[in-house]
Design a protein around this ligand. Structure first.
Ligand code: G6P
Length: 367
């Protein structure tokens, strides 16, 4: 069946705006009707069987893994190693027996990720694929495949598949916390009801689209952009930079806020916008001080934060985008929306081919 753009100028915009709907579907699939417990497909997963998790993917799916590392470690206290598939497949990583290997792939056919999966076959205790294609090679070769339920994604630059991957991985981290006795039943219920609020929050983030479009007209003038984030917002800074370079062809780099002073601060001048992804969380003050370092050197900061964060950031910020206040664990999923919209509107302002960017393929099935 032909997928229509449903009134949008591009598939990418349609797919960005579909996120509240597809994420609701993923939540319904993995949660009981009363919203009180998680349900995983057969044969299920028992996280007490593993001492560590290895997560491997390419591109945007890799950044979903990198974000999930923060969740598995902070929420479930399981050590996680993440790697890109093209490195992992050849680096001869020792895999101890009590390892859970998780592969994330929208297509389930990416050559490097499939090869990485095959490397762990017979070594890891269990192999799981988190994918948008239940019939794919990776799904077939795994012990278990977890659908992300994003629906067909046409835009080459992944958007709704990313947020659905994140949603499924967050639910897995909660399951791990439950199995390992790190969170009580009541705490799990609280987390699950927070997850239920996600589609509504995403709609509020999408309401900022026209404000983001105004800022993007300014970004379109730049030739270099830096993205900064701390904690689980660091992988999102990497994803924001990837999105922008993929479709607008503007050179963009993502950095951990605390790493700024170890190199990238040398790039700061009036022509390099610095996009800071920073909800008002317990690391916020540290990020504000990194922001001030940038502003003291003439850098133009675009701060994406919530009401409280924007208030506390003080004077001197170049541009702001306000997000709704969000429970900590959900922030990377919510802040994916402004990152995607910035890339989208900047590309539209530049007139590039948003859905079919040059030199890129939707699915890379050869090495
Ligand atoms: C290509 C696409 C990206 C995608 C990556 C991994 O590079 O352009 O959008 O993130 O492959 O694809 P996968 O299907 O494994 O998620």
């Amino acid at each position: 069946t032909r997928i229509e753009k449903a009134g949008h100028k591009h598939y990418m915009s349609k797919e960005i705006f579909e996120q509240p709907t597809v994420i609701s579907e993923a939540l319904n699939y993995y949660m009981s009707a009363d919203g009180a417990s998680l349900i995983l497909p057969e044969p299920g997963i028992d996280f007490t069987k593993y001492d560590r998790i290895v997560m491997v993917a390419c591109g945007t799916a890799f950044y979903a893994c990198f974000t999930a590392k923060y969740w598995f470690e902070q929420i479930a206290k399981v050590p996680v190693e993440v790697d890109i598939a093209s490195e992992f497949r050849y680096r001869e990583a020792p895999i101890s027996p009590r390892t859970l290997a998780i592969y994330v792939s929208q297509s389930g056919e990416t050559a490097d990720t499939l090869a990485a999966l095959r490397y762990t076959a017979g070594k890891a205790e269990t192999i799981i694929t988190v994918t948008n294609s239940s019939e794919s090679s990776m799904a077939r070769e795994s012990d278990m495949s977890l659908p992300i339920l994003a629906g067909v994604e046409v835009g080459v630059a992944s958007t709704k598949a990313f947020s659905c991957q994140l949603t499924v991985l967050l639910m897995l981290a909660l399951k791990a916390a439950q199995d390992r006795g790190v969170l009580s039943e009541d705490e799990i219920k609280t987390q699950l009801s927070a997850l239920r609020s996600l589609p509504g929050l995403l709609n509020l983030a999408l309401d900022q689209s026209s404000a983001i479009s105004d800022v993007s007209a300014l970004l379109a003038e730049s030739s270099d952009v830096l993205f900064l984030g701390r904690g689980a917002m660091y992988p999102l800074a990497l994803e924001g930079a990837l999105k922008l370079k993929e479709i607008s062809y503007i050179h963009a780099e993502g950095y951990a806020s605390g790493e700024l002073k170890h190199g990238p601060i040398a790039l700061v001048d009036q022509n390099t916008p610095i996009i800071v992804l920073a909800p008002r969380d317990k690391l916020f003050e540290k990020t504000v001080s990194n922001m001030q370092e940038v502003m003291a050197r003439g850098g133009k900061v675009l701060l994406i934060s919530d009401e409280q964060g924007l208030k506390e950031a003080g004077d001197g910020v170049w541009q702001t985008i306000q997000m709704p206040t969000v429970p900590d664990a959900l922030a990377p999923i919510l802040y994916a929306v402004p990152a995607q919209l910035l890339a989208y509107h900047t590309a539209v302002a530049k007139g590039t081919d948003v859905d079919q960017p040059r030199n890129l393929a939707k699915s890379v099935t050869v090495e």
